[in-house]
Design a protein. Structure first.
Lengths: 175, 352
């Protein structure tokens, strides 16, 4: 042993733990339908809001959700951000757009990518539609949808975002 | 100081594997059950909510936040969480009521511990520099504690087997128990050792599930018009994380907590102790000063089913159930956390 001991200032202690993750009853139904190219949500029996992806409860009311609702792959931009900083191991090259989207028929947003668009022109209320991967590549995953792209449809007014029905536009207020 | 009344309690079955159900889906039925017991709609009807869970069990960061989805938190509620057994969520809720910031509180604990390798996962609760990097698994540490007890002549393997046999038989009357059966001490002793000196049945099983409780002031309990039991004492103490500095054959922290909670101030009719390993029930019974007059773990205890992060709260719930059923006048509930009974909480409940 040397006379002088070096001060140890850090140690590396990697942690590896294995889990068999399960999504939950409601998310599992959602993923099974997603594999078939369908977006589904669940409706709250109390406030009637439709959640995607469903977690089995309405977090606002604290009640279990059972009713499954088929949703459109058309959606409205509720909010968005332009990502300018590369994220390690993320194959997507910046700048790109990440948006909170409300699918037609749903009331709560989910997050996805926007592409085939001019980033600077993306705006709240903008109408978009899913661009799916080829059917043979579908899995139990949200990236069955590559991204959403702009639709040539009028914007949804900010106070009506989250109320577009499954049938989409035109909405009643446009009469 | 405000008195505390326990007014509602519900626990799920202890399932070896809850299958596809997620945490929210495990919690919601228990919340509904306690709401129904006092006749309220949801978490909006209590002043405070506190939960106990551990993200390491399901292996997802901030998994505890997902539990809030079960509550109905619109408009916003006063909510808190402990990364511990929900017995400590009960402790926090009691403080909240005693500080005059609430008259009622909902407490829940939940876990899905089957997805990971629990004995290995629990090694990560050890001190992060010396023990956790060694990956000492939970069962081995507790086997070491049992070995020390045996070597010092403080217990015998037959004593341990008696704990197991009593648990299996008591659990026959517990609809939520996972392991139950008419088992004799000799049946247990005939079993092979698993991690010597522990047999498999000396160890609590891995279980998924949830439990929930509502507490309040006695005045609120009368308003709700429901039977209640009073919490007359609660205290928790922790020992060092350095196992080498502890006397593992005793539970000093339980002794201190029991003294502070006033366990000895009257007869104890029933005790529910959180002993994940058979020898620990003996350590704890001694530390709590229990005599032959006390019925210990009439539910079967956690050897019959161990809902991580809810079992401590369940001990309080089991004593509450027996008091309101008129089967006991005064009882003690114990909860533990950490390696080899490192951290212990003692609650005294009494009939009104």
């Amino acid at each position: 042993m040397s006379e002088q001991t070096e001060m140890i200032t850090d140690i590396e202690v990697p942690i590896y733990l294995q889990y068999n993750f399960t999504a939950g009853r409601a998310p599992s139904k959602f993923l099974s339908r997603l594999k078939k190219g369908e977006l589904t949500g669940q409706r709250c029996p109390n406030c009637a809001n439709v959640y995607i992806p469903p977690r089995g409860s309405c977090p606002a009311c604290g009640v279990a959700t059972e009713e499954e609702v088929l949703l459109s792959d058309k959606a409205t931009v509720q909010s968005f951000t332009i990502v300018a900083i590369p994220i390690p191991n993320n194959p997507i090259q910046p700048p790109y757009v990440v948006a909170n989207l409300v699918a037609d028929g749903a009331n709560i947003a989910f997050i996805h990518l926007l592409s085939e668009c001019v980033n600077e022109d993306v705006h709240i209320g903008q109408r978009v539609q899913a661009v799916w991967k080829p059917e043979e590549e579908w899995d139990y995953a949200m990236d069955n949808i590559r991204y959403f792209k702009p639709l040539d449809e009028p914007d949804v007014p900010v106070d009506r975002i989250g109320t577009v029905p499954f049938e989409g536009l035109p909405l009643a207020w446009e009469d | 100081m405000k008195d505390i009344a326990v007014v509602a309690y519900s626990q799920s079955d202890c399932l070896a594997q809850a299958g596809v159900a997620n945490e929210v889906e495990l919690i919601m039925p228990q919340l509904r059950a306690v709401y129904d017991q006092v006749g309220i709609n949801n978490a909006q009807d209590v002043d405070f909510v506190c939960s106990g869970s551990c993200d390491y069990l399901q292996g997802a960061a901030f998994a505890f936040v997902a539990g809030v989805d079960a509550l109905g938190a619109v408009p916003p509620i006063k909510e808190s969480h402990v990364e511990m057994d929900a017995a400590w969520a009960l402790f926090e809720s009691i403080l909240k009521i005693r500080m005059d910031q609430a008259d009622s509180a909902l407490i829940y604990g939940f876990s899905k511990s089957s997805p990971g390798e629990l004995p290995i996962v629990l090694s990560q609760q050890l001190d992060p520099y010396y023990l956790a990097p060694l990956w000492v698994d939970y069962i081995s540490l507790n086997a070491m504690q049992a070995r020390m007890m045996l070597d010092q002549g403080l217990i015998s393997e037959r004593d341990m087997a008696e704990v197991v046999a009593r648990s299996r038989n008591n659990a026959l009357a517990n609809p939520h128990a996972l392991l139950k059966g008419e088992q004799t001490v000799d049946d247990v002793l005939a079993e092979d050792t698993y991690l010597s000196p522990l047999r498999r049945s000396d160890c609590c099983p891995i279980s998924d599930g949830a439990a929930a409780m509502i507490i309040c002031t006695p005045q609120k309990a009368k308003e709700w018009g429901v039977p209640y039991a009073l919490i007359t004492g609660i205290d928790h103490r922790m020992e060092t994380h350095n196992l080498g500095m502890r006397d593992l054959t005793d539970s000093v922290s339980t002794r201190k907590a029991a003294a502070a909670a006033g366990v000895a101030n009257g007869q104890i009719d029933v005790a529910e102790v959180y002993a994940p390993f058979s020898h620990q029930e003996i350590i704890l019974s001694r530390a709590l000063g229990l005599t032959g007059d006390t019925i210990v773990n009439p539910s079967g205890g956690v050897l019959a089913g161990n809902l991580m992060m809810a079992s401590g709260l369940s001990r309080v719930g089991e004593v509450f159930n027996r008091i309101v059923a008129g089967e006991a006048g005064r009882g003690v509930a114990h909860a533990t956390s950490g390696a080899c009974l490192q951290h212990n909480l003692v609650t005294v409940l009494e009939a009104v």
